[in-house]
Design a protein around this ligand. Structure first.
Ligand SMILES: CC(C)(COP(=O)(O)OP(=O)(O)OC[C@H]1O[C@@H](n2cnc3c(N)ncnc32)[C@H](O)[C@@H]1OP(=O)(O)O)[C@@H](O)C(=O)NCCC(=O)NCCS
Length: 157
């Protein structure tokens, strides 16, 4: 498997990937709609197949991870993608890197905290607001937990 930067030609493929794995061609976090066209990222490849991706955006001193996922969990793909995003944020002199996950995603909450991220805020019921824009967001999320809050985590660089 190898990891490499996402290239502009691959934006349609990323849109399809998000649609297939995340229900739509855009991601919504803290009321902002993110589309692949405005993001940088990396993909993990097994031959030609995408088995992981991370996207992020830089705003001032902040780097926000917009999406990260691994289709083959427990093999180091997620860690490598996260590391790449952190490295890019450092290179761009960002002061912090942050991301939004949701209250149901216990795995992600553990994953990030084990890698130095800290919880900084809970945006209560923010997912309920996102669902108005993106109806494909389910009411019951991972681990059979009602899906409703956004949780912000950050790593100070
Ligand atoms: C969160 C997520 C990105 C993690 O990706 P991943 O590829 O499973 O991550 P890794 O394999 O690097 O690490 C996961 C665990 O596997 C272990 N692991 C890593 N390499 C391994 C290997 N070769 N063999 C066995 N275990 C391994 C790691 O130690 C880690 O355990 P730890 O967290 O207790 O340290 C992934 O679970 C995912 O895509 N989830 C669904 C999408 C999602 O929720 N994204 C986040 C939204 S905010």
């Amino acid at each position: 498997m190898k990891i490499r930067r996402l290239i502009a030609d691959e934006l349609p493929r990323l849109r399809e990937y998000w649609k297939k794995h995340w229900g739509d061609e855009f991601v919504i976090a803290h009321g902002v709609i993110y589309r692949p066209d405005t993001l940088d990222g990396f993909v993990t490849l097994d031959g030609d197949e995408w088995v992981g991706e991370v996207t992020y955006t830089l705003t001032g001193d902040d780097c926000e991870i917009v999406s990260i996922d691994s289709l083959r969990e427990g093999q180091g793909i997620g860690t490598q993608l996260l590391k790449q995003a952190v490295e890019q944020a450092r290179k761009k002199d960002c002061k912090r890197i942050f991301l939004i996950t949701t209250n149901d995603n216990l795995n992600a909450l553990g994953f990030y905290q084990k890698r130095g991220f800290e919880l900084v805020a809970i945006h209560r019921r923010a997912v309920n607001e996102s669902r108005k824009i993106k109806p494909s967001i389910p009411f019951v999320g991972m681990n059979n937990i009602p899906l409703r809050d956004e949780i912000e985590l950050e790593l100070v660089l």
